[in-house]
Ligand binder design. Structure first.
Ligand SMILES: Cc1ncc(COP(=O)(O)O)c(C=O)c1O
Length: 464
């Protein structure tokens, strides 16, 4: 959550008479204060309208090409979520069927991600991938600390410089050194050899991402595991891998079934995904799974009441909404493997065709093509000097399209990109409209004397 500051009081404004003097039931004299609790109540219809009107200034979620998070679900999913919005996920004893649906989702994911023995895999729902990554990192740290001779040693975690901010948070919150492999030339994600070189006897694990938040590319998980196998042969260090499949964990199983990135690789100890990204559920639900119970130290597990016995749980928060878990189960049931394949393929088709049509305009250079995650990153072509990616982002916003522009992490801070995230609901038709708007803007952009909108502070820290 944003860390908000307080604010001083501001006088109220006169209100629309429909909610003021012309409302015989709930009329108010002036708008309620913004930063202090109002002295008295408002009528529900007045309060509703007041909040509703302010929210009109938010962007249109469906036109938000910055987010990976689901912005459209079927009305039936919405109905189920509304039916479950009063259920607290932690009350396993009170809501045993919701608890059972969560258990089934974990089992389905264990099977989907090729756990060698799905019945032995353990996992849980979370509020999103960030929490799931924290849990996976905590399990790594605890397993490392249980080994002999750790006194005084400082644990470290190896990852690419392109990791999502949740890994930097994990390292800060849990006092683990973050060892990041920088980008190099046209390599925009983790290099297996460089990752292995950063490891030592205090490396609690290596994080590989499927796929990178920065450009949608899959990191070479199998090659990372192979490099760590070789390292183990040389040194005896047995370093586990966590796959951050926030997005790709729900794309690769359906579109790239032959890609071994999951529990098929024996070094992969744990995997997370965001149910609310390509799992196709509204925010916030994520999943964390461990290959088997040995990968999740028992001391981290807490027990809650469940049907007269107790149920092991692992989570940062205690209370959490049950609705998203129910919506995940609905979506698993509703789509099945074939349905997920069809949805993700349609999204990849849109991403690849839009990327290639933008590439054909001549003003841009594509860094990725939407053929892994349905996401692509592009920068301005070398010959484009009149405008930059920040100009494009700002001008697209005038048309309602939200496309972030940001600079890459070390060593490619020189590179600024636009990233387009395609999701279910961003249809071929909408993609045509997007391209049409971009084409209409280009003559004005090309006529600029120079780039105009570059922010004073470089926007390296774009992280979602
Ligand atoms: C690779 C990766 N990991 C973790 C996260 C954090 O996920 P969440 O927003 O579900 O907490 C993201 C979000 O974009 C991501 O792309």
């Amino acid at each position: 959550m944003t860390l908000h500051k307080g604010a001083s009081a501001r006088p109220g404004h006169p209100v629309n008479p429909f909610y003021g003097e012309a409302d015989p039931i709930g009329g108010m004299d002036e708008t309620p204060p913004r930063h202090t609790l109002p002295d008295g109540p408002l009528a529900p219809h007045t309060a509703y309208q007041y909040v509703h009107d302010e929210l009109m200034l938010d962007g249109n979620a469906r036109l938000n090409l910055a987010t990976f998070v689901t912005t459209w679900m079927e009305p039936q999913a919405g109905a189920l979520m509304a039916e479950c919005r009063d259920k607290n996920m932690i009350d396993k004893d009170e809501y045993p069927r919701t608890a059972e649906l969560e258990r089934r989702c974990v089992a389905m994911l264990a099977d989907l991600w090729h756990a060698p023995d799905p019945a032995a895999a353990v996992g849980c729902s979370t509020t999103g991938s960030s929490e799931a990554c924290m849990l996976a990192g905590m399990a790594f740290k605890r397993r490392w600390s249980l080994a002999k001779d750790r006194k005084g040693a400082r644990p470290n975690l190896v990852m690419g410089a392109n990791v999502q901010v949740c890994w930097e948070k994990f390292c800060t919150f849990w006092e683990v050194e973050a060892r990041q492999v920088p980008m190099e030339g046209d390599r925009f994600h983790l290099d297996p050899r460089a990752a292995a070189e950063l490891c030592d006897e205090n490396t609690i694990g290596v994080v590989a991402i499927l796929g990178s938040t920065f450009d949608g590319s899959y990191e070479p998980v199998a090659e990372v595991c192979a490099a760590l196998d070789a390292l183990q042969e040389r040194t005896g260090w047995n370093i586990p891998v966590h796959v951050d499949g926030a997005s790709g964990g729900m794309v690769a199983p359906f579109l790239d079934p032959d890609l071994a990135w999951d529990f098929r690789l024996s070094r992969v100890a744990s995997i997370n995904t965001s149910g609310h990204k390509y799992g196709l559920v509204y925010p916030g639900v994520g999943w964390a799974l461990w290959r088997d119970a040995a990968m999740l130290p028992e001391e981290l597990v807490f027990r809650v009441n469940y049907l007269g016995g107790d149920l092991p749980t692992f989570a940062l928060n205690f209370s959490r909404p049950g609705a998203q878990v129910v919506a995940q189960y609905y979506t698993f049931l509703r789509l099945g493997r074939e349905g997920y394949r069809a949805v993700q393929q349609a999204t990849r088709d849109v991403a690849m065709s839009l990327a290639s049509r933008i590439g054909a305009l001549g003003d841009f250079t594509l860094l990725t093509h939407g053929d892994e995650l349905p996401v692509f990153a592009l920068t301005t072509a070398p010959a484009t000097t009149a405008f930059d990616v920040f100009d494009v982002s700002r001008r697209l916003k005038e048309r309602g399209w939200l496309v972030p522009a940001y600079t890459f992490p070390p060593h490619r801070e020189d590179l600024s990109v636009l990233r387009v995230v395609c999701r279910n609901g961003f249809s071929q038709d909408l993609a045509d409209l997007f391209l049409g708007d971009l084409e209409q803007l280009l003559p004005e952009l090309r006529a600029q004397p120079r780039p105009l909108h570059r922010p004073a502070r470089k926007a390296t820290a774009f992280h979602h």
